[in-house]
Design a protein around this ligand. Structure first.
Ligand code: ADP
Ligand code: MG
Length: 610
């Protein structure tokens, strides 16, 4: 053990800073919350260099008296509480009095502030916890903080930061969340001088949703308004059409603070059961307000976690009100389904299935018991899953029937002279084509085969620089989250390379003016979203060529999905296309495009041969 040292105030501040200031987004959060606590009705946020180089917050709030400024920068200085007794009633977002001291310990801070009552404003400069100057200055009412060179004196912390664009996107998220939880405040956000977001501050949440996420989302949400003696839940939930591939569009606010909670997320997603597919996540903005103190939001000043006293009750209520709201909206679906004389197989989640023709035997929907019970839901889910399992054991059958090694012995099957001898039997399950040739039965997976052909054609065109783009008119407008926009900007070139023509349409909206020439039969929005969701999996180290290849493969996959019924000439063309390829036997994702059964195998299966 070495000598025991008393740490200097500077070192203590730097250590403490680590607890509050993790990255530009946490600085932005602390400073914006201070502006909100100061009663601001307009807040403007600007960053350059991802907020690491430059971060400015300007508000029109109360301002700070010149003689209070230095005190505000001391550790544990706050105007919001005086003693521990006040803690129980605290309504402000901050009260620990740590933010300003922490931020100023690890950056260069310039503060310009003026209260209504003083004639002049004050300018305070403090760098790495060292005061540089405090002077009078002419300024409007309110406060501006400029934070430069975050972590310039703590290189070890700086190393943990991500790229400027990623750090910038985290700041974007913070502004977005605060704008959503405060529709009564007008927010403006600029990145490198460009306006990225602007809300009106008129106090109407649906207007804020429109201003942040665009028309498509704002016109597809349902309002939620619930109250009991312990809590209120209000806000908006998205209908299935605006579902996304990740949780970025799930927004929870508890007592006006943005929080993340796996349990709350799961409870909401449970409420969507039957309305969304397995890989889809809903859009929602939900405010949960507790009327008593059954929640502890301040588990940690920088963490977005909460603890609830009565968690089970809260989760069940959430699931129930979301499910009820969606059902109320989509009741119309049930009207398609006839009530049969006696109950057949119980399937409830009719939105999973296409509406059937009248004279078909249709499983009736089970009436949901009211109120909705999660245990019941689990039971039903299991039944539905079991049924799906029972109905589709294809893969298993193939392996059982397959005698080792024979599965892919179809090499001669795709020779030109062989194709002439093909006897096309027909199609089953809208997916598989059965062809007889040379004492074998071949089964072609139409989707996999089609995908493979399309992919090879696309890759060849890319190589020959021959990709065409087809203009669409009018353009298709899509609304994205700020996070999605940044992902898109990262991979924009790959989208363009395969034939997309896309331009920014203001805010978080994009206009698709053109789509890849060979994908005309697709919904441009679905195709775009499918590719964008896949982009989330790409690594920074992936080469441009690799990314283009993935984008091409995803688009080919999407292209064959909706295309179920091929005519006989079409399947012949497909087989002919296949035989031109070097490796026709596997789709771009490695799945087989075809399998075969010999006559011998079938005979064995029917016990003709023992
Ligand atoms: P806390 O918010 O926990 O009180 P901070 O370190 O964030 O602690 O801020 C210290 C004090 O500085 C606040 O209590 C408040 O009085 C004052 N302050 C900070 N930012 C602003 C602002 N934008 N407008 C007015 N006062 C502010
Ligand atoms: Mg604060």
């Amino acid at each position: 053990m070495g000598k025991i040292n008393l740490l200097s105030q500077e070192t203590i501040d730097k250590i403490a800073a680590g607890e509050v200031v993790e990255r530009p987004a946490s600085v932005a959060k602390e400073l914006i919350e201070n502006s909100i606590d100061a009663g601001a009705t307009a807040i403007s946020v600007e960053i350059k260099g991802g907020g690491i180089e430059y971060l400015r917050i300007t508000d029109n709030g109360s301002g700070i008296d010149k003689d209070q400024i230095q005190i505000a920068f001391l550790r544990h200085s706050t105007s919001k509480i005086e003693s521990a007794e006040d803690l129980a009633n605290v309504r402000s977002l901050g009260f620990r009095g740590e933010a300003l001291s922490s931020i100023s310990a690890v950056s260069k801070v310039e503060l310009i502030t003026k209260t209504k009552d003083s004639l002049l404003g004050a300018c305070y400069i403090i760098e790495g916890a060292k005061e540089i100057s405090l002077t009078d200055i002419g300024s409007p009412d309110g406060t501006t903080f400029i934070i430069r060179q975050l972590f310039y004196n703590t290189p070890a912390r700086k190393k943990f930061l991500k790229s400027e664009s990623t750090e910038g996107s985290y700041v974007f998220d913070v502004v977005e969340h605060l704008a959503l939880s405060h529709p009564e405040i007008s927010f403006k956000f600029l990145i490198n001088g460009k306006e990225k977001l602007m809300t009106s501050g008129n106090g109407i949440l649906s207007d804020t949703i429109y201003q942040l996420f665009g028309r498509q989302i704002a016109t597809n949400v349902l309002d939620v308004d619930y109250a009991d003696e312990d809590m209120t839940i209000s806000g908006f939930i998205g209908q299935s059409v605006i579902a996304r591939g990740n949780r970025a569009f799930e927004h929870f606010f508890v007592n006006n603070r943005y929080i993340k909670s796996n349990n709350l997320s799961k409870a909401c997603e449970e409420g969507y059961y039957g309305f969304l597919m397995g890989h889809q996540y809903p859009f929602f903005v939900l405010n949960i307000n507790f009327l008593n103190s059954s929640v502890d939001v301040n588990v940690h000043p920088t963490k977005q976690e909460v603890r609830f006293e009565n968690e089970t009750y809260i989760l069940e209520t959430l699931t129930k009100i979301i499910n009820n709201r969606l059902r109320k909206r989509e009741d119309v679906l049930e009207a398609h389904v006839e009530e049969p004389k006696e109950p057949v197989k119980p399937i409830i989640y009719e939105s999973f299935f296409e509406p059937k023709e009248k004279d078909e035997v249709v499983p009736p929907p089970i009436k949901m018991p009211e109120p909705f019970e999660p245990t019941r839901l689990q039971e039903i889910k299991e039944k539905v899953t079991a049924q799906i399992r029972m109905d589709t054991p294809y893969e298993k059958k193939y392996t059982e029937n397959n005698r080792g090694g024979e599965k892919y012995e179809q090499i001669s099957f795709l020779k030109e002279e062989a194709v002439k001898e093909h006897k096309i039997i027909g199609q089953v399950f809208d997916t598989y084509w059965i062809i007889e040739y040379d004492k074998k039965m071949y089964i072609i997976d139409q989707h996999a085969a089609h995908e493979k052909v399309l992919f090879e054609k696309t890759m060849k065109k890319l190589k020959d620089n021959d990709m065409t783009s087809q203009l669409i008119s009018p353009p298709v407008i899509i609304s994205l989250s700020s996070q999605d926009i940044l992902v898109f900007e990262n991979y924009r070139e790959a989208f363009e390379k395969i034939g997309f023509q896309i331009e920014s349409f203001g805010g978080n909206e994009l206009a698709i003016n053109g789509v890849p020439g060979n994908m005309l039969n697709l919904d441009p929005k679905d195709l775009f979203m499918e590719i964008l969701m896949d982009c989330n999996n790409y690594k920074a180290s992936d080469s441009f060529d690799l990314i283009v290849e993935r984008v091409a493969s995803i688009s080919c996959k999407a292209a064959v999905k909706g295309n179920n019924r091929l005519s006989l000439p079409e399947i012949k063309t497909l087989v002919n296309d296949l035989l031109q390829l070097e490796n026709p036997y596997h789709c771009p994702h490695g799945r087989p495009t075809m399998i075969s059964f010999s006559e011998y195998e079938l005979a064995k299966k029917f016990k003709r041969i023992v």
